[in-house]
Design a protein around this ligand. Structure first.
Ligand SMILES: Cc1ncc(COP(=O)(O)O)c(C=O)c1O
Length: 456
């Protein structure tokens, strides 16, 4: 069949091209998301990093490698298997728990639920949890379940993590961005956006936010705003999707999660073990304790609906990966915060070293003259910086080539455009000596760009 979706190439132009008669597809005839810049951003950063391997990179939001110990993986799995035996599983059941397809909603839900009670003051039944392939899958499941059609409005605090805007693109969900102000998110702005959507005849459904040390801005939502946001959600009858992977990699006092303050099941909480434990395991979860009533009047939980969707996406999260994470939770009695004491101190030091070096290289008077400013997060991986030049892919390529330093353009994180004069710096992955050197290089680049823009 010679349908609309494929073009048949008649000849190969160069070696490696398609052989004669081989099908060749047009990108514009694939799903629109694959041509969307959001799905290209990570590729571009990876490509720049590969092209300039000697450059110091403030781009990756990865945990520091120094806290990983390969041998520990075996210890954790062993710990979980011992736990299964101690709690009554037979050798056959243990073998099945590792080798076989597992329950779609996950096999370590009890351990996650008790960890949430121990560490987060979140008390939910294990059945309200769905274990996912990273938090990324949880985003996809939650969006798929909650947004039923074009009338439903999905709001995000902007700038916003690309994982959620990317997931929305895959699902053809339009995102309504609520722009943060200098100090962070404002409930008044969210309420205005909700009212404007209602006036257009649409149904505001859910609001996504990263309340602690956000990616990308590095902002943390104050306690009074958390309460205000929950009241707003009740008043406007919307759900909140809370995503907070950076709260435990911080020495700053942990403010309560929105979920722990939630008395109305308005919050769907997304969890990740990527920043705190083991990113390669790809284990995350959703807490979805919202009651859902079906057409016959039977009531279950949103988690059950998420599990149905998951059964058609990844079937189940790798039992081996769940076993390692379970072993980690058992080893720290569920206190992920304790598992991270050393790492959190490292990240706090890295943030301090970054801020100190910025201050040293660009004292107050100089940065005022240049129009440069940055925020000073009290934890997490990221800070943002306002710069006096267009900070897009071209500037990034010059920075990598001429100054050996890589950062992330903030424009990647604005669903409706913006952030053209800002950059994100991630401090988590680098060694402390690299930070000092990297910031010196970055300031050299900023000075050079500023001088360039002053030329007639
Ligand atoms: C805000 C936020 N949510 C979720 C994730 C992804 O988590 P996971 O690795 O569990 O998919 C990240 C990773 O960078 C993130 O910054």
């Amino acid at each position: 069949m010679t349908g609309d979706t494929a073009v048949v190439t008649a000849s190969a132009e160069s070696p490696g091209d398609a052989v004669a008669g081989r099908v060749s597809l047009r990108q514009e005839e694939l799903h629109a998301s694959v041509s969307d810049p959001v799905l290209e951003t990570m590729n571009f950063l990876n490509e720049i990093t590969t092209r300039y391997p000697a450059a110091i990179s403030f781009a990756p939001g990865r945990p520091h490698d120094g806290f990983f110990d390969t041998e520990q993986i075996f210890t954790y799995i062993r710990g979980y298997l011992d736990h299964l035996a101690e709690t009554g599983s037979s050798p056959d059941q243990i073998r099945g728990a590792l080798f076989q397809y597992g329950p779609t909603a996950g096999q370590i839900r009890e351990l996650i639920a008790s960890s949430l009670r121990a560490d987060e003051n979140i008390d939910v039944p294990a059945e309200s949890i769905v274990v996912t392939v990273g938090c990324q899958e949880a985003m996809l499941l939650v969006l798929r379940a909650l947004i039923s059609g074009p009338r439903d409005v999905f709001l995000v605090s902007s700038p916003c993590y690309v994982g959620i805007t990317g997931a929305a693109k895959l699902l053809d969900i339009e995102v309504t961005a609520v722009e943060e102000r200098e100090g962070g998110f404002s409930c008044g702005d969210l309420e205005a956006a909700i009212s404007a959507e209602r006036a257009r005849g649409r149904r505001p459904r859910a609001f996504y936010v990263v309340p602690d040390h956000s990616n990308p801005a590095g902002t943390t939502m104050p306690i009074e705003i958390r309460h205000e946001l929950l009241e707003l959600a009740a008043r406007q009858d919307i759900l909140i999707i809370e995503d907070s992977p950076y709260r435990m990699v911080s020495l700053a006092p942990h403010l309560p999660t929105l979920k722990s303050l939630d008395r109305q099941s308005r919050v769907v909480h997304l969890g990740s073990f990527s920043k705190t434990a083991f990113p390669g395991a790809r284990v995350g979860f959703a807490i979805a304790d919202q009651p859902v009533t079906d057409a016959t009047g039977r009531t279950g939980m949103l988690a059950d609906e998420l599990a149905k969707i998951k059964s058609m996406v990844t079937v189940n999260t790798s039992p081996l990966s769940q076993a390692v994470i379970a072993g980690m939770l058992l080893a720290c009695q569920g206190r992920v915060s304790e598992l991270n004491t050393e790492a959190a101190a490292y990240y706090a030091n890295a943030m301090r070293a970054t801020l100190r070096q910025l201050d040293r290289c660009l004292p107050a008077e100089r940065r005022a003259a240049l129009g440069v400013r940055w925020n000073e997060p009290d934890g997490g991986f990221f800070l943002t910086m306002r710069v006096p030049f267009l900070a897009g892919n071209e500037a990034l390529a010059r920075s990598a080539e001429d100054f050996g330093v890589i950062w992330t353009p903030m424009s990647y994180f604005y669903p409706n455009g913006g952030g053209d004069y800002s950059i994100r710096l991630s401090v988590s992955y680098l060694a402390l000596e690299e930070i000092t050197d990297g910031i010196t290089r970055l300031v050299g680049f900023i000075e050079a760009e500023a001088k360039q823009s002053l030329l007639p």
